[in-house]
Design a protein around this ligand. Structure first.
Ligand code: ATP
Ligand code: MG
Length: 455
């Protein structure tokens, strides 16, 4: 779906996120630019660097939500990471390069499963043939026991019938499930890798080495003959064949190509790696993370277990609340790597009303759906919704402004009794009006200290 036009991307985002039009426009443009770059002549294509974006806005206004929705919209490899979980190389934690490895790993997995789906039908066919071979061994010198079990499985066919037609008969029986209760002998591969816990993967990760893969090959494959029921055997065989049909090298190559050309990394909470003074204590490490980030954002080659990956054309979208620090507190080199800045506005009553009702996953719809499972129909009257929104704004103003998250705490309070009693209530229809909202929430709202704790 990479071909979505910017306007279409914004329209899609509109289904889930209220307002924040500027931010939506910027990410839509950036996304479309990926596609445009692919269309440019090859020589020039490499010259076009992505324009990285920082989304700036107070907490709870939809920054992470935009990223989450974006990832579903685009077919590009997409990885959302919290900048705060990284630490400088040498410190305890994940090293920054792992985000590229994760992105590649994700892409390989997606492409592999896509490829597996593609060859499914073919694999099924081959598996069926193999199954028929098992059920009806070709006349070969066989050992005694095998002969006995094969004989037991063979349907009593008149001696005049050829092997071929027996096979077709068996095939029909197999397909119609008439053989489901039979057993066959199946050689299954049982690779026994001793379980060894490696404490820290960090150093190894750096080199792109995965212990399991490394040692997996060292231990002999354990071929075991088991008796399994036909349906299970079919499944095992299909799986084996699917694996054989998927060309892993090709998948990896494609994945690397995709990551390099159209990968997107969403760096959430980037303000958390800004040190307040940049001098003492943990700040050393935070600034270190920024320095480690720099080459990746700037374009470098990362070693992964699938081979080197260039990061030159990966798009970075960063986001942060920046309420204790400013983007200008980032180290200058990094600031320059994020030329586009978009501000997301604080949310007020009008937005809250829409957030409660409009998005596809709107909060009110969630409660309605949850309670419907108990046979309870709830209905929110319009002025009740207005009241909830107004209260949310009020609490945000008087205590901390936590944006749309305030709606979650308020709603939970409001619905508490209904959620608790739902299985036992007599009235299966509950109408929530303004009076109900006031009654439930008024006390708490009035008492500021109380609302600090509860809402
Ligand atoms: N503009 C919006 N439209 C719809 N829902 C929103 C909007 N803003 C926030 N929300 C809802 O509020 C919650 C918090 O939003 P989100 O996670 O995007 O916050 P954030 O901006 O990333 O904040 P933080 O800086 O704390 O990470 C989410 O459940 C989201 O659905
Ligand atoms: Mg967030």
């Amino acid at each position: 779906m990479d071909q979505l036009k910017p306007k279409e991307i914004v329209d899609e985002l509109d289904k889930y996120i209220i307002g924040q039009n500027n931010a939506k426009r910027f990410v839509a443009i950036a996304l479309r630019n990926r596609w445009r770059r692919q269309q440019v002549d090859e020589e020039f294509r490499d010259e076009i660097a992505p324009k990285n974006i920082i989304l700036i806005g107070p907490t709870g206004v939809g920054k992470t939500e935009i990223a989450r929705r974006l990832s579903k919209l685009t077919d590009s490899p997409f990885n959302k990471v919290e900048a705060s979980k990284f630490t400088e190389v040498g410190y305890v934690g994940r090293d920054v390069e792992s985000m590229i490895r994760d992105l590649l790993e994700l892409t390989v997995t997606t492409l592999k499963s896509r490829e597996q789906t593609r060859v499914q039908a073919k694999a099924g066919q081959i598996a069926e043939e193999r199954m028929l071979d098992l059920l009806l061994p070709k006349p070969q010198p066989v050992t005694k026991t095998e002969a006995a079990s094969a004989e037991a499985l063979q349907p009593a066919a008149p001696p005049t019938e050829t092997a071929a037609s027996t096979r077709e008969k068996l095939r029909t029986m197999l397909r119609t499930g008439k053989l489901d209760s039979r057993y066959v002998d199946l050689d299954t591969q049982d690779r026994n890798v001793p379980v060894v816990e490696i404490f820290s993967n960090v150093g190894m990760e750096e080199m792109g080495i995965n212990f399991k893969d490394m040692f997996g090959g060292l231990f002999p494959k354990n071929v075991k003959r088991r008796k399994v029921k036909v349906p299970e055997a079919m499944e095992i065989l299909t799986q084996e064949e699917t694996q054989n049909l998927v060309d892993l090298d090709k998948v990896v190559k494609q994945a690397v190509q995709k990551v390099e050309q159209s990968g997107i990394i969403f760096l959430d909470e980037i303000d958390k790696i800004v040190g307040s003074d940049g001098k003492h204590g943990p700040d050393v490490s935070r600034e270190g993370v920024q320095r480690d980030l720099l080459p990746i954002v700037e374009g470098s080659t990362i070693t992964t277990k699938y081979g080197p990956v260039k990061t030159d054309h990966i798009l970075f979208v960063a986001s942060g609340a920046f309420h204790v620090c400013k983007p200008s507190d980032l180290i200058p080199e990094l600031q320059g790597r994020f030329p586009l800045r978009v501000e997301l506005g604080a949310l007020g009553k009008e937005e809250f009303i829409r957030i409660l009702t409009e998005p596809k996953n709107a909060l009110l719809l969630q409660y309605i759906a949850l309670l419907r499972t108990e046979g309870v129909e709830v209905e929110f009257e319009e002025d009740a919704v207005v009241e909830i929104a107004a209260l949310a704004e009020q609490v945000n103003n008087t205590t901390d402004n936590i944006g749309a998250r305030r709606l979650h705490t308020l709603m939970e309070r409001l619905m508490e009794d209904i959620l608790f009693d739902a299985p036992d209530v007599d009235h299966k229809k509950i109408i929530i009006d303004k009076a109900f909202v006031c009654r439930k929430l008024a006390d708490i709202i009035e008492d500021q200290d109380l609302s600090r704790y509860i809402l």
